[in-house]
Design a protein around this ligand. Structure first.
Ligand SMILES: [Zn+2]
Length: 186
Protein backbone atom coordinates (compact mmCIF):
# COMPACT_ATOMS: atom_id res chain seq x y z
CA UNK A 1 0.00 0.00 0.00
CA UNK A 2 1.26 3.46 -0.86
CA UNK A 3 1.85 5.86 2.02
CA UNK A 4 2.47 8.92 -0.10
CA UNK A 5 -0.98 8.51 -1.68
CA UNK A 6 -2.58 8.71 1.76
CA UNK A 7 -0.68 11.84 2.73
CA UNK A 8 -1.71 13.68 -0.42
CA UNK A 9 -5.33 12.52 -0.53
CA UNK A 10 -6.31 12.85 3.13
CA UNK A 11 -6.71 16.69 3.29
CA UNK A 12 -8.70 16.63 0.04
CA UNK A 13 -11.16 14.07 1.43
CA UNK A 14 -11.46 16.21 4.56
CA UNK A 15 -12.30 19.22 2.34
CA UNK A 16 -15.00 17.28 0.50
CA UNK A 17 -16.62 16.24 3.80
CA UNK A 18 -16.66 19.88 4.90
CA UNK A 19 -17.90 21.20 1.55
CA UNK A 20 -20.84 18.78 1.39
CA UNK A 21 -21.91 20.18 4.76
CA UNK A 22 -20.70 17.75 7.41
CA UNK A 23 -18.20 18.17 10.21
CA UNK A 24 -14.90 16.40 9.48
CA UNK A 25 -13.94 16.60 13.18
CA UNK A 26 -16.87 14.60 14.52
CA UNK A 27 -16.20 11.16 15.90
CA UNK A 28 -17.52 9.05 13.03
CA UNK A 29 -15.71 11.09 10.36
CA UNK A 30 -12.42 11.80 12.11
CA UNK A 31 -10.56 8.89 10.54
CA UNK A 32 -12.52 8.80 7.30
CA UNK A 33 -9.91 10.69 5.20
CA UNK A 34 -7.31 8.10 6.20
CA UNK A 35 -9.65 5.19 5.47
CA UNK A 36 -10.57 6.63 2.06
CA UNK A 37 -6.91 7.20 1.19
CA UNK A 38 -6.04 3.61 2.12
CA UNK A 39 -9.01 2.33 0.16
CA UNK A 40 -8.00 4.34 -2.92
CA UNK A 41 -4.53 2.82 -2.83
CA UNK A 42 -6.23 -0.58 -2.99
CA UNK A 43 -9.04 -0.02 -5.50
CA UNK A 44 -6.84 2.09 -7.82
CA UNK A 45 -3.78 -0.17 -7.64
CA UNK A 46 -3.92 -0.58 -11.43
CA UNK A 47 -2.25 2.84 -11.72
CA UNK A 48 0.92 1.85 -9.87
CA UNK A 49 1.10 -1.95 -10.10
CA UNK A 50 2.51 -3.50 -13.24
CA UNK A 51 0.19 -5.44 -15.52
CA UNK A 52 0.24 -9.14 -14.53
CA UNK A 53 2.55 -11.18 -16.68
CA UNK A 54 0.42 -13.83 -18.44
CA UNK A 55 2.85 -16.72 -18.38
CA UNK A 56 1.98 -19.25 -21.09
CA UNK A 57 2.48 -23.01 -21.40
CA UNK A 58 2.95 -24.91 -24.64
CA UNK A 59 -0.14 -26.95 -25.47
CA UNK A 60 -1.68 -28.84 -28.37
CA UNK A 61 -5.11 -27.92 -27.10
CA UNK A 62 -6.66 -25.60 -29.63
CA UNK A 63 -10.20 -25.87 -28.28
CA UNK A 64 -12.12 -22.98 -26.83
CA UNK A 65 -11.47 -22.23 -23.15
CA UNK A 66 -14.18 -20.38 -21.25
CA UNK A 67 -14.37 -18.90 -17.77
CA UNK A 68 -17.68 -17.38 -16.65
CA UNK A 69 -18.83 -15.68 -13.49
CA UNK A 70 -15.69 -13.79 -12.55
CA UNK A 71 -16.73 -11.05 -10.14
CA UNK A 72 -14.76 -7.83 -10.17
CA UNK A 73 -15.31 -4.24 -9.12
CA UNK A 74 -14.30 -1.12 -10.95
CA UNK A 75 -14.98 2.60 -10.54
CA UNK A 76 -17.01 4.71 -12.96
CA UNK A 77 -14.87 7.53 -14.34
CA UNK A 78 -17.84 9.88 -14.64
CA UNK A 79 -19.00 9.73 -11.01
CA UNK A 80 -16.27 7.93 -9.01
CA UNK A 81 -18.86 5.39 -7.87
CA UNK A 82 -18.45 1.61 -7.95
CA UNK A 83 -19.45 -0.78 -10.68
CA UNK A 84 -20.05 -4.42 -9.73
CA UNK A 85 -19.18 -6.55 -12.71
CA UNK A 86 -19.65 -10.17 -13.78
CA UNK A 87 -17.05 -11.01 -16.39
CA UNK A 88 -16.92 -13.94 -18.79
CA UNK A 89 -13.81 -14.58 -20.84
CA UNK A 90 -13.23 -17.02 -23.70
CA UNK A 91 -10.24 -17.70 -25.92
CA UNK A 92 -8.97 -20.17 -28.48
CA UNK A 93 -5.25 -20.91 -27.96
CA UNK A 94 -2.67 -20.99 -30.72
CA UNK A 95 -0.11 -23.45 -29.34
CA UNK A 96 0.01 -21.98 -25.85
CA UNK A 97 -2.39 -21.69 -22.94
CA UNK A 98 -2.46 -19.54 -19.84
CA UNK A 99 -3.69 -20.36 -16.30
CA UNK A 100 -7.21 -19.23 -15.40
CA UNK A 101 -5.90 -17.51 -12.26
CA UNK A 102 -3.72 -15.29 -14.47
CA UNK A 103 -6.75 -14.28 -16.51
CA UNK A 104 -8.57 -13.35 -13.30
CA UNK A 105 -5.55 -11.29 -12.18
CA UNK A 106 -5.50 -9.48 -15.52
CA UNK A 107 -9.21 -8.66 -15.19
CA UNK A 108 -8.73 -7.38 -11.62
CA UNK A 109 -5.76 -5.25 -12.65
CA UNK A 110 -7.65 -3.74 -15.60
CA UNK A 111 -10.57 -2.99 -13.22
CA UNK A 112 -8.44 -1.22 -10.59
CA UNK A 113 -8.78 2.26 -12.10
CA UNK A 114 -11.31 4.86 -13.18
CA UNK A 115 -12.95 3.65 -16.36
CA UNK A 116 -16.22 2.92 -18.12
CA UNK A 117 -17.43 -0.61 -18.70
CA UNK A 118 -17.05 -0.37 -22.49
CA UNK A 119 -13.38 0.60 -22.26
CA UNK A 120 -12.65 -1.98 -19.58
CA UNK A 121 -14.03 -4.74 -21.83
CA UNK A 122 -11.78 -3.64 -24.69
CA UNK A 123 -8.74 -3.23 -22.43
CA UNK A 124 -9.04 -6.85 -21.24
CA UNK A 125 -9.16 -8.38 -24.75
CA UNK A 126 -6.41 -6.11 -26.11
CA UNK A 127 -4.01 -6.85 -23.25
CA UNK A 128 -4.73 -10.59 -23.56
CA UNK A 129 -4.15 -10.55 -27.34
CA UNK A 130 -0.90 -8.62 -26.91
CA UNK A 131 0.56 -10.97 -24.31
CA UNK A 132 -0.83 -14.41 -25.27
CA UNK A 133 -1.39 -14.12 -29.05
CA UNK A 134 -4.26 -16.63 -29.20
CA UNK A 135 -6.37 -17.32 -32.31
CA UNK A 136 -8.91 -15.03 -30.75
CA UNK A 137 -10.65 -14.03 -27.55
CA UNK A 138 -13.89 -12.58 -26.26
CA UNK A 139 -14.92 -10.75 -23.13
CA UNK A 140 -18.52 -10.22 -22.00
CA UNK A 141 -19.33 -8.05 -18.99
CA UNK A 142 -22.61 -7.52 -17.16
CA UNK A 143 -22.44 -4.63 -14.75
CA UNK A 144 -24.34 -2.87 -12.01
CA UNK A 145 -23.44 0.81 -12.04
CA UNK A 146 -24.12 2.45 -8.71
CA UNK A 147 -24.05 5.89 -10.33
CA UNK A 148 -27.20 4.83 -12.19
CA UNK A 149 -28.81 2.96 -9.33
CA UNK A 150 -28.18 5.52 -6.55
CA UNK A 151 -28.72 8.72 -8.50
CA UNK A 152 -30.09 9.96 -11.83
CA UNK A 153 -32.64 7.48 -13.13
CA UNK A 154 -32.35 5.41 -9.89
CA UNK A 155 -33.29 2.08 -11.39
CA UNK A 156 -31.64 -1.25 -10.95
CA UNK A 157 -30.43 -2.36 -14.32
CA UNK A 158 -27.70 -4.35 -15.93
CA UNK A 159 -25.39 -2.96 -18.59
CA UNK A 160 -23.93 -5.50 -21.00
CA UNK A 161 -20.83 -5.01 -23.09
CA UNK A 162 -18.71 -7.34 -25.16
CA UNK A 163 -15.50 -7.20 -27.16
CA UNK A 164 -14.16 -9.76 -29.61
CA UNK A 165 -10.83 -10.28 -31.35
CA UNK A 166 -9.53 -12.74 -33.97
CA UNK A 167 -11.57 -15.85 -34.82
CA UNK A 168 -14.39 -14.68 -32.56
CA UNK A 169 -15.37 -12.37 -35.40
CA UNK A 170 -16.90 -15.49 -36.99
CA UNK A 171 -20.57 -15.78 -35.96
CA UNK A 172 -20.37 -19.55 -35.31
CA UNK A 173 -17.38 -19.16 -32.97
CA UNK A 174 -19.07 -16.30 -31.19
CA UNK A 175 -22.31 -18.20 -30.67
CA UNK A 176 -20.45 -21.27 -29.36
CA UNK A 177 -18.68 -18.99 -26.87
CA UNK A 178 -21.93 -17.35 -25.81
CA UNK A 179 -23.64 -20.70 -25.17
CA UNK A 180 -20.63 -21.97 -23.17
CA UNK A 181 -20.61 -18.73 -21.16
CA UNK A 182 -24.34 -19.13 -20.45
CA UNK A 183 -23.78 -22.73 -19.29
CA UNK A 184 -21.03 -21.60 -16.97
CA UNK A 185 -23.18 -18.99 -15.28
CA UNK A 186 -24.85 -19.73 -11.97
ZN1 LIG B 1 -21.17 6.85 -13.69
Amino acid sequence: MLDYTQLDIMPLVRDIIELIGDNPEREGLKDTPKRVAQMYAEIFSGYYEKCPNLKTFKSDNNEMIVKSDITTFSVCEHHILPMKLKVAFAYIPDGKVVGISKIIRLIKWCSARLTIQENLTVMIVDEFMKQVQPKGCMCVIKGHHYCEEMRGVKTENLTQTSAIRGVFEKPEVRSEALSLIKNGEE
